[in-house]
Design a protein around this ligand. Structure first.
Ligand code: NAD
Length: 499
């Protein structure tokens, strides 16, 4: 079995614990990818001490040069796109078309970051006093702790690490324990692109040890976390107590609304992709379908036929539509929601069980599932399931649809299918989510726009686009008084009495 290492203090090293965990292919659990370090606190300590040295070097490297390094990282991702897509599908299961998209998102993020190295704008502002300049500018912060989930093994780390590096920070990166291989290859690429060795540290291991050690470390002033709302709350408690800068991107319970006047064929394509792409394991996955009465029955019938035709299987095989769930625990969790749905009186239309037969027996496959008659406010309708499970809610009016959409604790993404331009713009104004799509599914964010959610999906920060650079840099203000005299702000005024 291949044994992988951490990257700490400029070297590929074994964990101080001497312990490892296995990484297996969720489509075929007999396929072992390798064993990865089950690191401990000592590894995190060493990595942070090194990252602090790396920071002192990197913060002084001009931002355009930092950008050039990231451009090379983008070029390397282009060159290795197919290989990375393949190893990503092998370790987490989504089909190759999707893992290629995951790599492409990393490429787009790299090229955006590269150009940002020549912007990183501050402001020059008129002073209220004569012979004085006032300006704001951006400074790096220090060692950034980066903790990521399994579902976008490359894209999400790039959303965080590229802007963190571009702004001049050093990075300690802990990938999710289900996707350590992609994380390792990403760090190899950063090093090959020219990121100085001590500027990036990779520490594999479990969240409750390695993740917690990073979050609790006093010399990591900023933390960027993407994962479940439950874990995010733990991270948030610690960061609040320690006054750390924290970006949280967490769970979702996203809805697609289809109104009576919608283009049904378009809406069908949208919900199939939104609900069952990535086996429903996207933070933006469509997990609720809100149907207006006149289209309800017809739409459910058409959708059920389309879902029946979806092909489950190994994402590396041509023709596969839906891959496996990530692990045994996910399979169990999704299974539990079948019982919850039935006990709440929802009607199971299709799916509802572990997928069996032939090669499917080797992996964590679950049949794409639809419940109808789901009551607004029920657990099935409110809780993030993170699997191929769609809950259908019937509504009478657009107002009711908007209310149902908003009445959950999450607020990441929403989607409305209608031909009514007024309703389309009302949705943009009134749906309580960080992103609203009109006539497009709940998934499909682009790398150069801010990404994130409201309510318990996030804590107000955004990834992607221009906003993320504010998170990874500190605003500082400089005043230069060249009058040669003491001028007192708010006290000395010159109205009507110039020299
Ligand atoms: P998770 O919360 O189980 O794990 C996320 C990361 O946190 C992993 O690296 C894990 O090891 C680490 N971790 C676990 N416990 C920790 C602790 N006590 N301290 C520090 N780190 C800890 O999430 P997951 O199952 O990998 O991912 C699925 C979740 O992520 C879903 O809820 C999904 O909605 C969310 N997600 C959100 C976004 C977004 O942008 N809003 C994007 C993708 C996924």
């Amino acid at each position: 079995m291949k044994t992988f290492k951490n990257f700490i203090a400029g070297q590929w090293v074994e964990p101080s614990t001497g312990e490892y965990f296995e990484n297996r292919n969720p489509a075929d659990t007999s396929d072992v990818i390798g064993q990865f370090p089950r690191s401990g606190r000592e590894d995190v300590e060493r990595a942070i001490a090194s990252a602090k040295r790396g920071f002192e070097l990197w913060r002084r490297t001009p931002a355009p040069q930092r950008g050039d390094v990231l451009r090379r990282a983008g070029d390397l991702l282009v060159a290795r796109k197919e290989e990375i897509a393949d190893l990503m599908t092998r370790e987490m299961g989504k089909p190759l078309t999707e893992t290629r998209g995951d790599v492409q998102e990393g490429i787009d993020t790299a090229y955006y970051a590269a150009t940002e190295g020549r912007r990183l704008f501050g402001h020059t502002v008129p002073s209220e006093l004569r012979a004085k300049w006032a300006m704001s500018y951006r400074r790096p912060i220090g060692v950034a702790g980066i903790i990521t989930p399994f579902n976008f093994p490359l894209a999400i780390p790039t959303w965080k690490i590229f802007p963190a590096l571009l702004c001049g920070n050093a990075v300690i990166f802990k990938p999710a324990e289900d996707v350590p291989h992609t994380g390792t290859v990403f760090v190899e690429i950063l090093l090959e692109a020219g990121v100085p060795p001590e500027v990036v540290q990779l520490v594999h291991g479990f969240g409750e040890t390695v993740g917690a050690a990073i979050v609790e470390h006093p010399e990591v002033p900023l933390i960027s976390f993407t994962g479940s709302t439950a874990t995010g709350s733990l991270v948030g408690e610690t960061c609040g107590r320690m006054h750390k800068r924290l970006s949280l991107e967490m769970g979702g319970k996203n809805a697609q609304i289809v109104l009576d006047d919608a283009d049904l064929e378009l809406a069908l394509e949208g919900v199939l992709w939104g609900a069952f792409g990535t086996t429903g394991q996207r933070c933006t996955a469509t997990s609720r379908l809100i149907l207006q009465t006149a289209v309800h029955d017809e739409f459910v019938r058409l959708l059920t036929d389309r879902v029946r035709a979806l092909k489950l299987g190994d994402g590396r095989q041509a023709g596969t539509d839906v891959g496996p769930l990530i692990n045994e625990a996910a399979l169990e969790k999704v299974g539990c929601y079948m019982d919850i749905g039935r006990s709440e009186g929802a009607d199971l239309v299709i799916g509802g069980q572990r997928a069996r037969g032939g090669a499917l027996d080797k992996g964590f496959f679950f049949d794409p599932t639809i419940f109808t008659g789901v009551a607004a406010g029920s657990r099935l309708e409110q809780e993030e399931i993170f699997g191929p499970v769609l809950s259908v809610i019937r509504v009478d009016t657009p107002d009711e649809a908007f209310r149902v959409n908003n009445d959950v604790k999450y607020g990441l993404s929403s989607s409305l299918y209608t031909r009514d331009v007024n309703l389309a713009f009302r949705a943009l104004a009134d749906l309580d989510t960080g992103i609203t799509y009109i006539n497009a599914p709940t998934i499909g964010a682009e790398a150069h726009l801010p990404f994130g959610g409201v309510k318990q999906t996030g804590n107000g920060h955004r990834e992607g686009g221009w906003e993320v650079y504010d998170f990874y840099s500190e605003t500082k203000v400089g005043y230069v008084d060249f009058s040669g005299t003491l001028q007192r702000a708010q006290i000395d005024t010159y109205l009507g009495t110039p020299d």
